[in-house]
Design a protein around this ligand. Structure first.
Ligand SMILES: [Zn+2]
Length: 502
């Protein structure tokens, strides 16, 4: 084995020298070495050079660029490419922005990455995106509308809510829409709505909202944000999609109301498009009573000139038949000027008080006398003369023919014919040779017949009382001059009327 002696004192003197000077020292030292020493030094230097190159290459080959992903400042994982996170964020937001262009859409959490290089760095892309999909959402800035401490809707902004409330107020009060500014102010403040008071003129309606209403700034999923129209619909009717029913054949208004558990009155109220309950199969009806979320209170003073109907006094008279009446004084309507205090909840009047009344014309009383005597359709058993005049022909044989009644002439055409007794009219109309004819059944075995009349004043079925005018005298049918032909029929057989007239 070859022994080589090394002079190493020059290495100790390298301190404080530049790399160039050290290299020069090395070269100088190398020149002073003998042949064997030179070979060995070359081998050592080469080995150092190769070794360091291999190590560096290994390190660089295992040094990865990684991207640490943070949500709300906390690292949730590592991905291999920051571009993928940017792409995910862009797509999530773009979809919503395109879908809801009028909303301010943003993420509900702060998401970012930091670039890093790590020896043998490991990534977990899938877990990172799973986490993001589950926990990070695009949301919209909105105002929550809080009615009596309950959030009932979200709108884009304060202005949308104010405009809708104003719209609702003007719908019920008839007052034009006020400027929205200053109706509901600063979000998150617990302020109730009391608009229209400060700037109203005397006599103008005061329009307020009954419920305690406030708004709160919030973030919400964009699909929950209502537009003006939807908000109005919700506040007015209590729901976005009113329940509908398509009319089937055989349905009636009352059967539909019953089927849906609402009153016919309510069914009419929520279907103003249908008049007189006239429905046809295929018609679409609202079948759920509205329950408004907001109640608009309108307080107003109204003045009117009103007719005061004449008061009616009814007096009874036992000598007159029931159903008959006589006006003793016709009376006269009066007139008044009246000032009302009216409170309405939406369109329903809940209070109407008279504040002031000035009578312009006093009404005068209308007096009506009404009969109380009950009519009987049962005969008394005795008959009165059924007409004025004289007997021109009696009962019995008359030139070979049998005359079944008596003829009463005189009194002139149209003169009154009276019911001979109480009874019920069983015939009233044309009856062959009798002309205009009436038959009264007296309910006691007797019937009376009246012929040749010019006019009839009673109908079949009518109850008549003894002495009631039933017709006018005439000469209709088989007759040669104005007279009444009168018969009395007892149990189906004609009898001589003169035997029964008292
Ligand atoms: Zn006759």
């Amino acid at each position: 084995m070859m022994r080589i002696k090394w002079n190493t004192s020059w290495i100790k003197n390298l301190k404080g020298l530049t790399w160039k000077e050290i290299l020069n020292q090395g070269v100088k030292y190398y020149k002073n070495l003998n042949k064997n020493q030179r070979i060995v030094a070359g081998i050592i230097a080469g080995s150092i050079l190769i070794g360091s190159t291999v190590l560096t290459t290994h390190y660089v080959n295992n040094l990865n660029m990684i991207y640490r992903v943070y949500v709300e400042g906390e690292e949730i994982g590592v991905i291999s490419n920051g571009y993928e996170l940017e792409k995910w964020l862009d797509e999530e937001l773009d979809d919503k922005v395109k879908e809801y262009p009028k909303l301010f859409v943003h993420f509900d959490k702060k998401v970012y990455y930091k670039k890093d290089a790590e020896y043998k760095g490991v990534t977990n892309n899938r877990q990172v995106f799973d986490y993001l999909n589950k926990n990070v959402h695009a949301i919209a800035s909105a105002q929550a509308l809080v009615v009596n401490d309950e959030v009932i809707a979200y709108a884009k902004d304060q202005k949308t809510i104010n405009n809708t409330l104003e719209h609702l107020k003007s719908l019920y009060s008839g007052k034009p829409v006020a400027r929205a500014e200053g109706v509901l102010t600063a979000s998150t403040s617990n302020q109730t709505v009391a608009a229209g008071q400060s700037n109203s003129l005397p006599g103008d309606p005061i329009v307020t909202i009954k419920e305690n209403v406030k708004t709160v700034a919030t973030n919400v999923s964009p699909e929950k944000v209502l537009n003006d129209e939807q908000l109005l619909q919700l506040l007015q009717k209590g729901e976005l999609e009113p329940k509908k029913y398509v009319v089937q054949s055989g349905d009636t208004y009352s059967s539909i109301a019953k089927k849906h558990g609402i009153k016919i009155r309510e069914l009419r109220a929520i279907n103003p498009q249908i008049s007189n309950d006239k429905i046809k199969p295929g018609n679409e009806l609202n079948v759920k009573a509205f329950t408004p979320k907001i109640t608009v209170l309108t307080t107003v003073q109204e003045e009117a000139i009103e007719v005061m109907p004449a008061p009616v006094e009814v007096r009874s008279d036992s000598s007159m038949y029931k159903g008959d009446q006589r006006v003793v004084a016709s009376g006269k309507d009066g007139k008044r000027h009246v000032k009302y205090y009216i409170v309405k909840e939406n369109s329903n009047v809940v209070t109407k008080k008279v504040l002031q009344e000035t009578i312009l014309n006093e009404p005068s009383k209308r007096i009506v006398v009404r009969g109380t005597k009950v009519k009987s359709d049962r005969g008394t058993g005795s008959f009165r003369m059924p007409a004025y005049g004289y007997i021109s022909s009696g009962y019995g044989y008359r030139g070979g023919a049998f005359h079944k009644g008596i003829d009463i002439a005189g009194g002139g055409s149209g003169s009154p014919i009276f019911a001979a007794d109480n009874g019920r009219v069983v015939r009233a109309g044309w009856y062959g040779g009798y002309g205009n004819c009436i038959i009264i059944d007296h309910g006691n075995g007797f019937r009376t017949l009246y012929g040749h009349m010019s006019s009839l004043k009673v109908r079949v079925g009518q109850v008549v009382h003894k002495g009631q005018v039933i017709a006018g005298k005439g000469t209709t049918g088989n007759s040669t001059g104005v007279h009444l032909h009168f018969e009395v029929i007892k149990n189906g057989s004609n009898v001589n009327p003169m035997s029964y007239i008292r």
